[in-house]
Design a protein around this ligand. Sequence first.
Ligand SMILES: C[S@@+](CC[C@H](N)C(=O)[O-])C[C@H]1O[C@@H](n2cnc3c(N)ncnc32)[C@H](O)[C@@H]1O
Length: 320
Amino acid sequence: MSEMDGLTIATELDRDVTKYPAEKRLKMENSSEEDPDMYNADTSSIMCMKSEMSKTLSKRQLKKQKQKEKWLAYRPVKRAKEKLKLRQKKLDARLNNIKLGPSRKELKHSKMLQSNCNVRIAVDLSFDDIMNDKEISKCIKQLLRCYSLNRRAKDPVQFYITNFGGKCKKEMEKHTGYMNWDVNFHSESYRDIFESKDLVYLTSESDNIIYSLEENKVYVIGGLVDHNSYKGICHQIAQEKGISHGKLPIEEFLEMKTRKVLTIDHVFEILLEVTGGKSWKEAFLHVLPPRKGAVERAEVFKEKLSTVSETQVQSNTEPS
Ligand SMILES: C[S@@+](CC[C@H](N)C(=O)[O-])C[C@H]1O[C@@H](n2cnc3c(N)ncnc32)[C@H](O)[C@@H]1O
């Protein structure tokens, strides 16, 4: 098989899955796995470039470059395989009368404006200066996930991204069309958009436990990826600014082997699931990755929960 065949298969599969019988498709997929070298796009121009580069690049850089080339050549094949798998899944579901989730058509109606959920969640992107490029990129990836989860929800939450500017905005601009997303982007701080009394800054360092989500509150998630090198920074900010703060009721339901500091998208997903009707326990067990080692707690504070009807969040010091 020639080197270009890998790419041809990708576009062919992409164009019309039904064109190939299942047996042939399987053969094509397997053949692409057995012969990874066929993805090497070593045309004469690339060879030329390579020899030029090898004069200037280190061994490590060359290795990285080679891996990137290989990946770029393989990517269309991988995408085609994924599409094929998805189509097959949809076909199976249709044949077996299984509902896979809301259709694209249904999702179009699932806008924040029409949502039955008025809970507001804001991601505070004011940490531009303390994140490096890699962390910024991770942060934006997590935001993409929040957006995509909200879009797929039957009743999306009212989603805000505040302090939107600088490096984070630049990174976001890589994702064309983001400005058309059903998200409220604001260059201003959450403090300029919402009333102070409505704000609840989420932070695992808070002593206040959030037992229920309220429609008149704005839950602020720190848009920060720092591997906890700025431990407690959001708690400190909330205290300094006199903003209410609270933590998720993780300890009330789970024992965790690791830290209880979660990523932005995990916090978002948990809140979204709870607003969608799941219990905290269900949401934690569904969202938290196995590596977090979360196990159900036997003694759930049922009594406590039944007596608490409102978010147990206390206001702190006077606003600065
Ligand atoms: C990766 S964490 C940032 C950790 C950062 N070192 C700090 O002290 O905030 C991202 C955000 O998720 C939210 N978060 C993470 N774990 C949480 C928890 N257990 N309870 C409430 N909010 C949490 C916070 O808003 C936090 O700023």
